[in-house]
Design a protein around this ligand. Structure first.
Ligand SMILES: [Zn+2]
Length: 176
């Protein structure tokens, strides 16, 4: 079944789908600064407008309503990551404690280039501050999404905090 997207207004933005608006609510609830459809990019004649730019995480977010759009979303995220050198996060469905594909650009470290990776991650919260982390559960590896305080040295695994749980619930039940 094809689910038709319903335009939804939230905070003065006209979202193309209800699901995108729910993710905007989620970002507000956890306190990250976002911009909707900030800037378009062209790849060999293909115009692509990323759904969200998350300032605090220094990454793009593409939202898909349901899993049937994931293949298309993944392709867009890969292109976006390649063209901008920024991490792209592919989110789908209502905000939840689920694994979401992240596409990382290649990075230079101590003069060596490390190739970009793609793996599914959950959004978790730092135990020490209000910052957010992504966690690749399989290997228990985790990395900073970018908004821990500068003096924060999270040396323990980040958690699914009450703040995140509340944000999931608020986003799911928000009445537009
Ligand atoms: Zn922290």
């Amino acid at each position: 079944m094809k689910i038709k997207a319903i335009e939804t207004v939230y905070k003065g933005y006209r979202f193309r789908s209800r699901m995108e608006a729910r993710w905007a609510v989620f970002f507000d609830e956890i306190g990250v600064v976002w911009e909707y459809e900030k800037e378009g990019y062209d790849f060999d004649g293909i115009h692509y407008l990323p759904d969200f730019w998350i300032h605090d995480w220094d990454c793009f977010v593409e939202v898909k309503g349901d899993p049937s759009g994931l293949e298309d979303g993944l392709e867009k995220c890969r292109l976006l990551c390649k063209m901008t050198g920024k991490t792209s996060f592919l989110l789908y469905g209502t905000p939840d404690h689920k694994l979401y594909q992240m596409i990382f650009p290649p990075v230079e470290h101590d003069g060596d280039m490390y190739c970009g990776v793609e793996n599914p991650n959950k959004i978790l919260q730092c135990r020490r501050c209000d910052g957010h982390w992504h966690a690749h559960i399989e290997g228990w590896s985790y990395g900073q999404l970018g908004n821990c305080s500068p003096e924060c040295n999270s040396d323990r695994f980040p958690i699914l905090s009450d703040k995140l749980l509340n944000a999931h619930n608020t986003a799911k039940s928000y009445r537009f």
